[in-house]
Each structure stands twice: as structure tokens, then as C-alpha cells.
Design a protein around this ligand. Structure first.
Ligand code: XLS
Ligand code: NI
Ligand code: NI
Length: 396
């Protein structure tokens, strides 16, 4: 057990009348909405990277967050301390799932073998923690963008040795995800794009990215992984031009290589808005193409032009997207993952709870409103009526 969150109780539903800040006002996990509990519909996940690994850096300043596992010391012991705190947090906030990158949970070693050993060690302990707490894995993913070897991309790197490295790293991370019973495996390239066309062989990069995705799908079948493989679109940042720009460009790539039945999409709110669309457009596009997999639920800031990854705090920003998702039967294997971070001046342990409570309540409140929208049937009737001539003689 960890003592970092020792002063914080398990978070419970107290309803709108409560004065407490450490409780849910709308998220009542057992409440039935549209025929299922809120917990079954929303399938919330806490993300390991922003919540436990990000130290409060921004482009103008260093770490602000002083966590016991971020000090100096044996990196593997630090990773164990972090693991204990993380599972304590999951159990108290009661997101039924979590998500991780390989490098958030276990440190990079001095060579490949050592790095893999570190990962294997932590994954074993994680399996134990999952058994003890009942918290499940929504998805795993490999970090293919932080280490300097990936400065020119991972599978689209000009050097085949880097391609081989990421292929091996993803294999290990798929194995770990499989061992932990993960329900999905996510691919976000990070730097799968380019900075300048002057030094770029775009055809080769696209062919290599396609080959990489084929290898991932082949490996999924080889190990009998039952989860979904998901590609996460993002338009830029860190790279100027990214090949996985939005849902439409991801689907074009997948169709070209014949993998559109094998790989679905993990759609993130802040990536949707960075691409010049809005969240509901990306959701609706994915649904229309049978490609909706899972959601990274966060938000940007209309006055800032980057991926600020803030927690959602306004049902009006989410309602149409939720309406499309739940009119379409919900997320099945996917979930709502808080790919979101607190602000760097929110330095207390409680702040992590306030942020997640606010996000979970915002989603629950939106779900309640969507139930009413679906039952009222006004929008659906209006749309059906608008296209009704397609059911008449000429349309048919
Ligand atoms: C970064 C992405 C990342 C993915 C997982 O912008 O959102 O967090 O979700 O690699
Ligand atoms: Ni994301
Ligand atoms: Ni993001």
C-alpha cells in the first residue's frame, strides 16, 4: 500500500446537495441509464502517464510536481512506489480501468535487454495489483516518441534499425497487454510524420508505416489477442505533418492496406479540435464508417493552440458526441480514458482527485442529458424526416 493518498477517502456518490468536494454529484456508478449502469456505459479509465508520470513540465519551466516516486533513487524502486500509489488512486477514485505506456510504468534501461527486464518485472507486480484491487486494463500502448532514437519517427524513421527497435518494443508491449487481459491495444505514432519535405521520401515512409501496421495485426492473430487494435489520430504536435492527421486520413491509410476491418480508432477530443474539426464530427465520421473504438476524453482551450489535455468540465462540449455514441449502442470494448492532466500549479495529492471527479461528473451529467435526448426522439425524427424522400420511389 502507498501512503501518498492516505488522507483521501474512497470517493462516493453523494448527489447534488452535498457540500463536499471529495464526492461525486452526478456519477452514481450503479444508477441505470438507458438500460445499463453508468459504470457499464462509461467504462472510465485513469491514464498512467499524465496522472503519475508527468512532472509538471511546460516548454518554459521544469517540474513542479513533487511526487515521492519522482525523486532520486533506483529507477525500478521508484517505478514500484509509483505502481503502489497508482493502484491506490484507481481504487479510491473508482475508475474500473486504467491505461499505460510501457515507459510510464517501467524505466528505460541502458540497453534493450535491460529495458525489457524492467518492463517484465513491473508487469508481474501489476498483474498482482490488478488481482488484489479488481481494476482492469482498458488498453496498453508503447511510447514511440520520447526517447531520442525516435527523433525522426519510429516506423517511419529513415533508419531501418529504428524500425526494428519499435517493432520489438511494440511486440513486448502487446505481450504485456495480453498478459494483463487488456481489452484494447492503442497505436499513437507521435512522430510518424515529417518536418520538411526537402529531406523526406514520403512514399517510403508511408509504405513502412503500412508494413508496420500489418506486422501488428499479424502478431495480434499469432498470439490470439482478443482485444481491439486502435489507431489514435492526431494532426500535428510534435511533428508538423502527421500521417495519422484525423479519422479520415487514418481510415484512408487503413483501407489502402486492407486493414480497415482489423483496426479501429481511438478518438481524442483535443486532437479532434486541433485538426480543425470538432469532437462530434470525428465521432460521427468514425461511426458512419464502423470505426469507433474508444475515446480519450479531455479538452483543449479555444484560446491556446496546442494539446493542453485538460479535464472535460462542460457537458455542452460533449453532448452531441455522446448522443451519437449512445444512439449507436455505446462503446463495447472501448471506454472513456482521461488522457488529461491537471495544471502544473495543482501540486497537492487532492488535486488529482478533484480533476477526475470533475471529469467523471461532467460525463455522467452529459449521459443523463443524452438519455433525455434519445427518449424525446426529436433530433432523430427531424433527421429521418429530412431524408424521407430516399425511402420514396425516386430515392429507392
Ligand atoms: C498524445 C496522445 C497520447 C496517446 C497515447 O497526444 O494523446 O497520450 O493517447 O500514446
Ligand atoms: Ni490520447
Ligand atoms: Ni493527446
Amino acid at each position: 500500500m502507498s501512503d501518498y493518498f492516505q488522507n483521501i477517502p474512497e470517493i462516493k456518490y453523494e448527489g447534488r446537495e452535498s457540500d463536499s468536494s471529495l464526492c461525486f454529484k452526478y456519477y452514481n456508478e450503479d444508477q441505470i441509464v438507458l438500460g445499463k449502469t453508468m459504470k457499464e456505459h462509461l467504462r472510465f479509465a485513469t491514464c498512467y502517464w499524465h496522472t503519475f508520470t508527468w512532472p509538471g513540465l511546460d516548454p518554459f519551466g521544469g517540474p513542479t510536481l513533487e511526487r515521492p516516486w519522482m525523486g532520486l533513487g533506483d529507477p525500478l524502486i521508484m517505478a514500484e512506489t509509483k505502481l503502489n500509489a497508482a493502484f491506490d488512486f484507481f481504487s479510491k477514485i473508482k475508475t474500473p480501468y486504467f491505461c499505460f505506456h510501457d515507459r510510464d510504468v517501467a524505466p528505460e534501461g541502458t540497453n534493450y535487454i535491460e529495458t525489457k527486464k524492467n518492463l517484465d518485472h513491473i508487469i508481474k507486480l501489476m498483474e498482482q495489483k490488478m488481482k488484489e484491487t479488481g481494476v482492469q486494463l482498458l488498453w496498453g500502448t508503447a511510447n514511440s516518441f520520447s526517447h531520442k532514437r525516435y527523433m525522426s519517427g519510429a516506423s517511419t524513421n529513415p533508419d531501418p534499425e529504428v524500425f526494428a527497435y519499435i517493432a520489438a518494443q511494440v511486440k513486448d508491449c502487446m505481450d504485456a497487454t495480453q498478459d494483463l487481459g487488456g481489452q484494447n491495444y492503442v497505436l499513437w505514432g507521435g512522430r510518424e510524420g515529417y518536418e520538411t519535405i526537402l529531406n523526406t521520401n514520403m512514399k517510403k515512409e508511408l509504405d513502412n508505416l503500412a508494413r508496420f501496421l500489418e506486422l501488428v495485426v499479424n502478431y495480434k492473430h499469432k498470439i490470439g489477442f482478443k482485444g481491439q487494435i486502435l489507431l489514435e489520430p492526431k494532426p500535428h504536435e510534435p511533428t508538423k505533418h502527421q500521417y495519422d492527421f484525423d479519422s479520415a486520413s487514418c481510415l484512408a491509410l487503413l483501407r489502402k492496406i486492407g486493414l480497415d476491418k482489423e483496426i479501429k480508432l481511438n478518438i481524442e477530443v483535443n486532437h479532434a479540435t486541433l485538426s480543425g474539426h470538432n469532437f462530434e464530427h470525428e465521432i460521427s465520421y468514425a461511426i458512419a464508417n464502423n470505426a469507433l473504438g474508444s475515446i480519450d476524453i479531455n479538452r483543449g482551450d479555444t484560446l491556446l493552440g496546442w494539446d493542453t489535455d485538460q479535464f472535460p468540465n462542460n457537458p455542452a462540449d460533449l453532448i452531441m458526441a455522446f448522443y451519437f455514441i449512445f444512439s449507436n449502442g455505446g462503446l463495447e470494448k472501448g471506454g472513456f480514458n482521461f488522457d488529461a492532466k491537471i495544471r502544473r500549479q495543482s501540486i497537492n495529492p487532492e488535486d488529482l482527485f478533484y480533476a477526475h471527479i470533475g471529469g467523471m461528473d461532467t460525463c455522467a451529467k452529459t449521459l443523463l442529458a443524452v438519455e433525455k435526448l434519445i427518449n424525446d426522439n426529436v433530433i432523430q425524427q427531424y433527421i429521418t424526416n429530412r431524408y424521407k424522400k430516399w425511402d420514396e420511389e425516386l430515392g429507392k
